[in-house]
Structure formats: C-alpha cells, structure tokens
Design a protein around this ligand. Structure first.
Ligand SMILES: [Zn+2]
Length: 97
C-alpha cells in the first residue's frame, strides 16, 4: 500500500514537472515572438545605420514610376520606393567626401 502511494506521488511529480516544462517552453516561445516582433517593427522604422526612415505612404515612385505600397517622402520632395530609397542611400554612401 505504501509503495502504491509512492508510485502515485512520483507519477504526479513527473506530470507536474512536464506541465512546468511545457509552460516554461511556451513562455520562452512567447518572449521569442515578442522579441521578433520588436525587431521587425524596429527594422521597419529605422534604417540599418540607426536613423529613422522618412514618412511613408502608398504611392508612385518618382524614380522607377512603379506603384508601391510604401513610398518614402524624403526631404527634397521626392517620393521613392524602398528599393530606390536604398539605392539612393548607397549612392550617397559611395560619394567621395
Ligand atoms: Zn522606385
């Protein structure tokens, strides 16, 4: 009889540990997802050099004349799609100073 209670206690302990492990795993997954969402949001708002992207909206790119879900309204008044905007940044980076 005593060994029966002991076996039930061990099974309950194992079940509790498995439940705890599953809960911790799900918590870890949720934290990972939150971190990924923050990284994605940050990448959409900030350029790789840390400066913020200019305001953007749906429109036609002045450079390639393509309709885009996102065109950046840069300070010079131009509207550039992400590809043309990044090309412009690369060109500015490669200019001799
Ligand atoms: Zn473009």
């Amino acid at each position: 009889m005593f060994t029966g209670i002991f076996i039930v206690a061990i099974i309950l302990l194992i079940v509790a540990l498995v439940c705890l492990a599953i809960a911790l795993f799900r918590l870890w997954l949720r934290d990972l997802q939150i971190q990924r969402d923050r990284d994605l949001e940050r990448r959409e708002k900030f350029r790789p050099d840390g400066k913020p992207y200019p305001p953007a909206d749906r429109g036609i790119c002045d450079c390639c004349s393509q309709l885009n879900e996102k065109v950046y309204y840069i300070q010079s008044g131009q509207r550039l799609c992400p590809d043309c905007y990044h090309n412009m940044l690369e060109d500015q980076k490669n200019l001799p100073r």
